[in-house]
Design a protein around this ligand. Structure first.
Ligand code: AP5
Ligand code: MG
Length: 213
């Protein structure tokens, strides 16, 4: 089963992907996480994408597709995409690549959350510098301030969760990613989840959509 999670920055794609990947035995593919890892390791790819991430702009489609094909070339598990595709060009690239490998997109889940709510969530997000676990100082705080419950490493604020960059990312989503909703609605296997519920309820509703796929 290959699944795509779509939604605004801050809609809960990463939060849900971690739960669903475990539950359904899928390989969680977050292009944002891949780029942040490369940045942290100061690789040539990391240096190439740094400016896009810190400005809240999209990495060029050709580069994104190339990175994914390299990373996923030998993966045999079902894929759970989080933050990819991000443009119609990326979706077409994925379709062509899947066709060439006899694969298909089995479900596209749009996690629907109002823009005012996602902006607040992004400002309140903290991420573990060790294991990547996602927190929220308002709604999902750690037991001890600024320390990960799971691995004890410090929590950090993402570079692109600064107010000015958040505004840019929301604009980029409206301009470049929202057109994907029509693309995938037309393709079929399109589902919409109410992402405004608590994370456990969102996960249960998405799991219901994926059962039997
Ligand atoms: P990426 O890392 O993909 O970021 P994003 O899409 O902007 O999404 P986020 O990770 O910010 O949000 P999320 O939906 O995962 O929400 P989360 O679960 O964390 O991309 C970053 C950058 O990389 C891009 O700007 C671009 O530069 C580049 N990039 C990546 N992919 C690319 C691509 N394909 N093409 C081109 N460029 C690309 O939750 C957010 C907060 O809300 C957390 O605090 C969480 O605790 C809280 N929360 C989650 N669910 C709930 C809930 N149900 N109720 C209350 N709070 C909740
Ligand atoms: Mg994310």
């Amino acid at each position: 089963m290959n699944v795509i999670l779509l939604g605004y920055p801050g809609s809960g794609k990463g939060t849900q992907a971690k739960v669903l990947a475990k539950q359904f035995g899928l390989f969680h593919v977050s292009t944002g996480d891949i780029f942040r890892e490369e940045l942290a390791k100061k690789t040539p790819l990391g240096r190439e994408v740094a400016g896009y991430l810190s400005a809240g702009r999209l990495v060029p489609d050709k580069l994104v597709l190339e990175v994914l094909k390299n990373r996923l070339g030998t993966e045999t598990r079902g894929l759970l995409f989080d933050g990819f595709p991000r443009t119609v060009e990326q979706a077409e690239g994925l379709d062509a690549w899947f066709d060439s490998r006899g694969m298909a997109v089995d479900a596209v889940i749009f996690i629907n959350v109002p823009e005012a709510e996602v902006a607040k969530r992004l400002g309140d997000r903290r991420t573990c510098s060790g294991c990547g676990r996602i927190y929220n100082v308002g709604t999902q705080p750690p037991a001890k301030a600024d320390v990960c419950d799971a691995c004890g490493k410090p929590l950090v604020t993402r570079e692109d969760d600064k107010p000015g960059v958040i505004i840019r990312r929301l604009q980029v989503y409206r301009d470049q990613t929202e057109p994907l909703l029509a693309y995938y609605r037309a393709a079929g296997n399109f589902y919409e989840a109410n992402g405004g519920l608590d994370p456990e309820s969102v996960a249960a509703s998405i799991a219901g959509m994926l059962k039997g796929k």
